[in-house]
Design a binder for this molecule. Structure first.
Ligand code: ATP
Length: 238
């Protein structure tokens, strides 16, 4: 039903070989909500996003998206249901231009999700508009990050999984990225964003789930996390 969360993760576990990396992650993302997945280096943020997307080989637990169990589906089937994944390492096609990269991501419109065109994306990322014919090899890290996000949006996802979008970006680009995430929310997109940068998370997120050693140890409103220095000192680098 529409009041159910869009994404529900229960008891998600992941192993890499014998290493038990996620020991039971529980979280939800509501419709139209931006949720930050926060934690120190190595807490398991990237692993959580990959496992939701079906990219962790050895996983266990319940993941439902829009009421459907997706915990055993392969990544392409999960993407087809409307999840868009933006990894932390930029995945653009370096030999292709900005326009060509966007075309690679193009999918048919999806009922209930915003419909993206290159023109709408260039309004969201004005920097990219000025370099439509440029190849990926001649773009900065921040520009590549924006192009990776823009290309994922061309798939018209309902839920975006964003892995550390602010990492390694100059402060002005971080602000543009935060602006873009807020505008995506205003368009109706739901977002699960992993971050070490609590000020970026505070600028975009409604709620937060704090990961430590492969489990969610705290969850609540992002504003409450920012107000609670004791929690931040316990689980995060303050
Ligand atoms: P970061 O900010 O560094 O990305 P993270 O919170 O995203 O941190 P993960 O990348 O999910 O953390 O890593 C969680 C743990 O799993 C770490 O201890 C890491 O060393 C380990 N790990 C990650 N990928 C693998 C892998 N392919 N094989 C074995 N161990 C891995």
């Amino acid at each position: 039903t529409p009041s159910d969360p869009l994404l529900r993760v229960e008891g998600l576990q992941v192993w890499y070989g014998h290493a038990h990396i996620l020991t039971g992650v529980d979280l939800t993302v509501g419709r139209g909500e931006v949720v930050a997945l926060i934690g120190r280096n190595g807490a398991g943020k990237t692993t959580t996003l990959k496992a939701i997307m079906g990219l962790a080989e050895s996983r266990r637990g319940n993941v439902t998206f829009d009421g459907r169990p997706i915990g055993t589906l392969p990544p392409h089937a999960i993407a087809r249901l409307g999840l868009g994944y933006v990894p932390e390492d930029r995945r653009i096609f370096a030999d292709l231009t900005v326009d060509e990269n966007l075309e690679v991501g193009r999918q048919p419109p999806r009922p209930g999700a915003p419909h993206w065109t290159p023109d709408r994306l260039f309004a969201l990322f004005p920097n990219l508009a000025a370099m439509r014919g440029r190849r990926g090899t001649r773009m900065s890290g921040g520009e590549q990050q924006m192009l990776t996000l823009a290309r994922t949006l061309m798939g018209n996802p309902t839920l975006l999984l964003l892995d550390e979008p602010s990492e390694g970006l100059a402060p002005i680009i971080v602000r543009q990225m935060a602006d873009a995430v807020r505008r995506l929310k205003a368009e109706g997109l739901s977002v699960l964003v992993s971050e070490q940068n609590t000020s970026f998370a505070a600028a975009v997120a409604d709620r937060a789930s704090v990961l430590e050693k492969g489990q969610v140890r705290w969850s609540g409103r992002m504003a409450d996390l920012m107000a609670d220095e004791a929690v931040r000192r316990t689980y995060l680098a303050v």
